[in-house]
Write a protein that binds this ligand. Sequence first.
Ligand code: ATP
Ligand code: MG
Length: 283
Amino acid sequence: LDLRAEDLKTLGELGAGNGGTVCRVMHIPTETVMARKIIHIDAKPTVRKQIMRELQFAHDCNSEHIVSFYGAFTTEGDINICMEYMDVGSLDKIYKKNGPIPMDILPQIAYAVVDGLIYLYDNHRIIHRDVKPSNVLINSSGQIKICDFGVSGQLINSIADTFVGTSSYMSPERIQGAPYTVKSDVWSLGITIMELALGRFPFPADGTALSIFELLQHIVHEAVPTLPPGKYPEDLEDFLARCLMKDVDKRATPSELKSHPYLQNAMSHKVDLQGWAASVNSI
Ligand code: ATP
Ligand code: MG
């Protein structure tokens, strides 16, 4: 099925990020509600065609922890990506409205992200590159899925050429110019889970405001953040320590994290994710 702009009716705006705007839309012919992301990039037609070709690989990414891809098209210089609409929204909005994520829900989220990362890398050799609370989405069935992963190398390059590509979830080695590996995603996951546990971004420990430059300096040179002692489960503290190793060789891989007690214990307990999703103030 080919998606065309003419077949989409905008229902509302979901948010805007660094270079993209996301709207809730109705695909009229199939009566399917979708999320449409519009990315404006300055790129030549040949580059744009390559992006469109590469984006098609997202059709092959099918996992219960990955947001489904419906299709992509171009409109006057914009790249349009249509994906599954997640009706409870992203974790950044959820914790900002509802406070820290409950301790029984958090390992379920960590498990979903780890499993999604393993799926992308083992089956498609895709490194996510942008793990953070706004890229983890929840729906009212209680499903947890990751979105905005790096399927198209050319899209990543074009966005980097058009916007400043620094993110506060970047690993110390990335900030210092080392190439991306799956372990960079593991660092970002650690920061993300700590943020969801604390209900605030973990850097710097005392919560003072820093410029982006100061923040990146801090991530590279200062001690790794930790949870306030004695207030959180020990297996969570250990899980985060495994993610937030500055030394890449010592940092866990996604597969190692999957067998960590924090996730293994969580898997043996049934949790009412649907009930939690219904209780959350969303969007
Ligand atoms: P950045 O651009 O830095 O990655 P971001 O992830 O917040 O930041 P976008 O990816 O443009 O920016 O998304 C904007 C907002 O739209 C998100 O914060 C999220 O709440 C919402 N959103 C994105 N995709 C979906 C989706 N598939 N379903 C529901 N809401 C979505
Ligand atoms: Mg996003």
